[in-house]
Design a protein around this ligand. Structure first.
Ligand SMILES: NC(=O)c1ccc[n+]([C@@H]2O[C@H](COP(=O)([O-])OP(=O)(O)OC[C@H]3O[C@@H](n4cnc5c(N)ncnc54)[C@H](O)[C@@H]3O)[C@@H](O)[C@H]2O)c1
Ligand SMILES: O=P(O)(O)OC[C@@H](O)[C@@H](O)[C@H](O)[C@H](O)CO
Length: 394
C-alpha cells in the first residue's frame, strides 16, 4: 500500500525539529513547503536530515529523519497536487504567516474537490497562538470563490487547534542547512472533537477534549516566563536565556510572573496547585538546560504579537485581574517588552516608534487593549523603573 502523504508548511526549527519529525516517523511520505530555496533544494537532494538532541537525557544522540522532500510554497501547481493527495496538513510558519499561506491552501482545496477526492483532510496550525487552526480556516474561507468549495471545506476538511511544545533554538552544525538541535521534551496536544474522519495515528500526538486549558497552561506559563526572561535579559545585556536566568534579579521576576499566571490558571481551569507548581519548576529546568543556547532575540521576537490581548503576557495578567489576584511581575514583563530594541525585528521598531510618538501610557493602551487606569499605571511605573536600567546599560 502506498504511504499516506503529509504536507507541512515551514521547514524551520519546529517544522524540522518537531512536527515534521513526528509525521515522518509515523510513516507519512512527508513534503515540506517553504519559501527558502536552499532548504527545499537540500531536502530534495538528501531526502533525510539529522536532529541533534541537546539534553541531559539522550545527550549526544542523533535522530535521522528519512523519507522527506520539499516544494516551494509559491509553486501553486505543485502545491495543488500535494494538497489533493495529502491526508494531513500541518503548519509551523509563525502566526503572522498563516494569512499568507491561506490563499495557496484555498486553491489546493478547490483542486482537491475538482479531482473528486472525498477522503477527509485535517489541517493543524502548530503555532504559539490560541485558535491558530480556526484562524487559518477563516483565512482559507476568504479565498474560496465557489459555493461548492465552501461546502466541500465544511464537509471534508477539519481544522483542529493544538498546543505545541518543544524548545528548538537556533542551531548550526557543519554548515548543514537541514541540521536542527532540540531539547528532548516534547508535547503536541490536538483538539479531538474538531478532527474530521478517522483519527490520525501519530505517535507523540495526544488528543484532548479540553484544548483551551492545555493551550493556556503552556502559553501563559512557558511562553510567558520565556518572554519575561528575554525582555529583561535584553535590558541587562544578556545574549542567551541561560545567561539571563543566571542573574538572580531576572530569575526572581520570571519565577514570580509564572507564579502569578499559575495562580490565575489554577482558578480558571481548576488545576491542582501542587501539580501546577511542579509544571512551573519543570519549565524553569528546561529554560536552564545547559546544552541549549537560546538567543533572547529569538525568544523575544515580534514583541507586538507578544503584548497583544490574549497572548502570553497580557492574557495571564487579564486572567489574574479577573480573579482579583496579583499581577505586578507580569506587568514588569509587559513594560520590558515596550523597551525591547532590535533593528532586525520589524515589530520592535514599530513598538518603539509608537512609544516615541504617543508616550508609553497611550502606547500600552493601544497595543495591549488594557484600559483600566490601575493596571496601566502599574505597567507605566515599571516602564519608568526599567527605562533607568536600560539607560545605565547603554
Ligand atoms: N522554535 C520553537 O521553540 C517553537 C516551539 C513551539 C512552537 N513554535 C512555533 O512554531 C512556529 C514556527 O517557529 P520556528 O521557531 O520554527 O520558526 P522558524 O523561523 O525557524 O521557521 C518558520 C519557517 O516558516 C517558513 N516560512 C515563512 N513564510 C512562509 C511561507 N509563506 N510559506 C512556507 N513557509 C514559510 C520560513 O522560511 C521558516 O523556514 C511559530 O508559530 C512558533 O511560535 C516554535
Ligand atoms: O515562538 P514564539 O515567538 O511565539 O515564542 C518564542 C519561544 O517562547 C517559543 O518558541 C518556545 O521556545 C516554544 O514555544 C517552546 O515550546
Amino acid at each position: 500500500m502506498p504511504k499516506q502523504k503529509a504536507l507541512h508548511f515551514g521547514a524551520g526549527n519546529i517544522g524540522r525539529g518537531f512536527i515534521g519529525a513526528l509525521l515522518a516517523t509515523a510513516g507519512y511520505d512527508l513534503v515540506f513547503a517553504d519559501v527558502v530555496e536552499n532548504l527545499i533544494n537540500a531536502l530534495n537532494e538528501r531526502k533525510e536530515y539529522e536532529i541533534y538532541i541537546l539534553d541531559l537525557e539522550r545527550k549526544g544522540e542523533v535522530d535521522t529523519i528519512k523519507g522527506v522532500s520539499g516544494i516551494i510554497s509559491t509553486n501553486q501547481e505543485a502545491m495543488n497536487k500535494t494538497i489533493t493527495e495529502a491526508s494531513i496538513i500541518t503548519t509551523a510558519v509563525g502566526p503572522n504567516v498563516l494569512r499568507i499561506i491561506a490563499r495557496g491552501i484555498a486553491s489546493g482545496i478547490s483542486a482537491r474537490r475538482k479531482a473528486g477526492v472525498t477522503s477527509e483532510l485535517n489541517i493543524i496550525a502548530c503555532e504559539n497562538l490560541t485558535g491558530a487552526s480556526s484562524l487559518l480556516r477563516e483565512e482559507v474561507t476568504k479565498h474560496l470563490k465557489e459555493d461548492a468549495d465552501k461546502e466541500y471545506l465544511d464537509k471534508y476538511v477539519g481544522f483542529p487547534n493544538c498546543a505545541v511544545d518543544r524548545i528548538v533554538p537556533p542551531f548550526s552544525k557543519d554548515n548543514n542547512p537541514l541540521a536542527v538541535g532540540v531539547e528532548n521534551f516534547y508535547e503536541w496536544i490536538v483538539e479531538e472533537p474538531a478532527i474530521k474522519g478517522k483519527k490520525p495515528e501519530i505517535p507523540g500526538m495526544k488528543l484532548t477534549n479540553n484544548l483551551t486549558a492545555f493551550v493556556q497552561r503552556k502559553l501563559f506559563t512557558l511562553n510567558c516566563g520565556h518572554a519575561v526572561t528575554a525582555y529583561l535579559g535584553f535590558l541587562k545585556g544578556y545574549r542567551t536565556v541561560d545567561e539571563a536566568l543566571n542573574d538572580p534579579w531576572i530569575e526572581d521576576i520570571v519565577h514570580k510572573a509564572m507564579l502569578e499566571s499559575g495562580a490565575a490558571l489554577c482558578k480558571k481551569h481548576s488545576f491542582n496547585e501542587e501539580e501546577h507548581e511542579k509544571y512551573i519548576n519543570k519549565i524553569q529546568k528546561r529554560f536552564r538546560n545547559p546544552y541549549i543556547k537560546d538567543d533572547v532575540v529569538r525568544v523575544g521576537r515580534e514583541p507586538i504579537r507578544k503584548v497583544t490581548a490574549g497572548d502570553r503576557l497580557v492574557g495571564p495578567l487579564s486572567m489574574a485581574r479577573e480573579f482579583g489576584l496579583g499581577y505586578s511581575h507580569l506587568a514588569k514583563g509587559i513594560a520590558a517588552a515596550f523597551l525591547y530594541e532590535n533593528s532586525e525585528d520589524k515589530q520592535s521598531g514599530e513598538l518603539r516608534a509608537k512609544v516615541e510618538q504617543k508616550g508609553i501610557r497611550e502606547a500600552v493602551k493601544e497595543v495591549t487593549g488594557l484600559q483600566d487606569d490601575q493596571v496601566v499605571d502599574e505597567i507605566v511605573k515599571s516602564y519608568g523603573e526599567l527605562e533607568g536600567l536600560k539607560r545605565t546599560r547603554l
